[in-house]
Design a protein. Structure first.
Length: 351
């Protein structure tokens, strides 16, 4: 295991599409939505610690989730929880983490990964990440992992790469954010487009140079005194300066502008589990094509449903293609085709 390898797990989102299970107080990454006995965060941490020393894996999050993280990941120290005082999208958060890690280890190579994605075939994941780590250690490359698309999905970003590039890492031509169906079909037919998985690898030095070039004001704001990082002065410095940073993603702020971006086509199974239907599609279905989580279900003439409760007995009759989620405070019953409307329901309840 390489002593210069570091991991950043992004765990600050609120996962509103998984309401009523996911709430602002206890969001998706801290839940066991797949019925495995472990939260998404715990699964991600265990996956990364096979490649990266456990004490060099940092959790990037919001201040209010500190206690949940320390409770779920008893192996880490408080210093490994990097807390944003306010939410400012992925670019400021990654810059903060890169400054902190670079101050500690100028030769550091970083993996940045979401906390709430599903990944299978973990041996291939390890191989792909090690390939990316080696390349980032040797060259000034910003590397993203791309997923080979199996359908014209309109909810993902796409990465176009150079067809003529015969190397494992392909030179990126452009990023396209969530195309319409016709455009997505065209991308699949062209054969040199991948889904953007939001998993990145680069040296701390390379990403800091990119910030200095493409987001200079943001870089300067967090670079007035590098000695504060990993010291008792860090918290007050971040609390004062972080809220003033631009709200922008790493994709828009850096990757779409830089000319040293490469993509590695991933060989593992991936799903970003963006809404309840993704859970349904990922888990094993019974003879009636129902997916049952933490429930004992009697399904009479009911097919294609997702049913999740807190260990309750459930009887359904004549119900097809629905999502039923029951928590201590909320019962939600909606057609599966409407799973993208969950955020609308939250807003209606607020009103």
């Amino acid at each position: 295991m390489n002593k210069h390898y570091y991991g950043i797990i992004m765990a600050g989102g609120i996962g509103s599409r998984f309401w009523p299970e996911s709430t602002a107080e206890h969001p998706k990454q801290f839940l066991d939505l797949l019925g495995t006995g472990k939260s998404f965060l715990q699964q991600t941490f265990e996956r990364l610690r096979k490649i990266i020393p456990a004490d060099q894996i940092y959790i990037l999050t919001n201040e209010k989730y500190r206690d949940i993280i320390l409770e779920q990941l008893s192996e880490i120290s408080e210093n490994q929880v990097i807390m944003e005082p306010v939410m400012r999208n992925t670019a400021p958060a990654i810059l903060y983490a890169a400054k902190k890690i670079h101050q500690k280890d100028p030769e550091a190579v970083m993996l940045v990964a979401p906390s709430d994605h599903y990944i299978a075939n973990e041996e291939k994941f390890e191989e792909n990440i090690n390939t990316a780590f080696t390349a980032a250690q040797q060259d000034n490359k910003l590397i993203t992992l791309g997923i080979v698309p199996n359908q014209p999905h309109t909810g993902y970003g796409y990465i176009q790469y150079d067809k003529s590039d015969t190397n494992d890492l392909k030179k990126v031509i452009k990023f396209t954010e969530k195309p319409d169906r016709q455009t997505a079909l065209q991308f699949l037919s062209e054969g040199n487009y991948l889904w953007n998985a939001g998993i990145f690898v680069w040296s701390a030095q390379s990403i800091l140079e990119a910030f200095q070039k493409y987001l200079p004001q943001m870089y300067q704001k967090l670079s007035t005194n590098d000695d504060i990082y990993n010291s008792y002065l860090e918290k007050d410095f971040i609390k004062k300066n972080f809220p003033e940073l631009q709200n922008i993603s790493i994709d828009y702020g850096i990757l779409e502008k830089a000319d040293n971006v490469y993509v590695l086509p991933a060989e593992f199974v991936w799903n970003d589990l963006g809404a309840w239907n993704a859970i349904y599609e990922q888990l094993k279905q019974d003879d009636g094509e129902n997916v049952v989580i933490n429930s004992e279900v009697l399904a009479d003439e009911s097919f294609g449903n997702l049913i999740k409760t807190n260990d309750k007995k459930v009887v359904v009759k004549g119900l097809n293609d629905y999502i039923i989620v029951d928590t201590n405070k909320v019962l939600m019953i909606i057609p599966r085709k409407d799973d993208q409307k969950v955020k609308e329901y939250i807003e209606k309840f607020k009103k």
